[in-house]
Ligand binder design. Structure first.
Ligand code: MN
Length: 235
């Protein structure tokens, strides 16, 4: 664990993603944060990230989370990310690692329901509660057997509780929880590939916006690193 793999994959003189502090911040915060970033890279996926031990533990969920407890969503483990990554929304330049458009699709705090998180991660069965803008209630990440030679995938599953539902949350909540933009609007504002980004937005919504372009969010001033830098300026 740690940020070595994360940094090795990226060129911070080219991408506006954060490099992360030299020493990971200690896990002293009372509440642990989580973020889900919708990422239209080579393929669309949702990066599910839980703050733990000063980094963001990360899984790539191709179909995104489902509120239906009978639906198991594949979650491929990826490298730990720096805590500041939770604030990143914008464009990763094409040709760079993960090139494409990134949206902060959900965020909030999480609470372990497994008594010992490190042991649960090692065992591959982490139960937790999410208190976010879109996701709530009890969930589990469970590791399953790897196919020949590969990294073992995990499954992200909603537990049965009052927040379980048949609603397709990806379809019902397609916008950034920070800027309210869809992927196409983020790409437009920040110099990304709008057509590619739009393939990650719900087709019905894109159709509606093409019919009534006045429903599009007014363009933000074109500053490629807008979200990331505006956050840094305040700190
Ligand atoms: Mn990603």
């Amino acid at each position: 664990m740690g940020l070595t793999e994360y940094r090795k994959k990226r060129r911070f003189d080219v991408t506006s993603e954060p490099a992360g502090g030299k020493t990971p911040r200690g896990a002293k915060a009372k509440k642990l944060s989580y973020v889900i970033q919708k990422h239209r890279a080579t393929a669309l996926h949702y990066d599910f990230r839980l703050e733990w031990n000063g980094v963001l533990l990360s899984w790539a969920v191709p179909k995104g989370p489902s509120l239906d407890p009978s639906v198991k969503r594949m979650a491929m483990p990826t490298e730990d990310h720096p805590i500041e990554y939770a604030k990143f929304e914008g464009i990763i330049p094409e040709g760079q690692y993960g090139g494409g458009t990134v949206m902060i699709w959900d965020n909030g705090t999480w609470t372990p329901e497994s008594p010992d998180v490190d042991a649960a991660l090692k065992k591959g069965d982490l139960k937790f509660r999410l208190d976010g803008r879109k996701l709530h209630g009890s969930w589990v990440l469970v590791r399953i057997r790897a196919r020949e030679g590969g990294r073992p995938p995990w499954l992200l599953i909603k537990h049965r509780d009052e927040f379980a539902s048949q609603t397709d949350i990806a379809e019902a909540g397609p916008r950034s929880v920070v800027t309210k933009r869809i992927l196409a609007e983020i790409a437009r504002d920040e110099g990304g590939d709008i057509v590619k980004a739009a393939t990650g937005d719900p087709p019905s919504l894109i159709k509606k916006l093409l019919k009534q372009p006045d429903l599009l969010a007014p363009p933000k001033r074109s500053r490629r690193k807008a979200v990331w830098h505006s956050n840094r300026a305040g700190s």
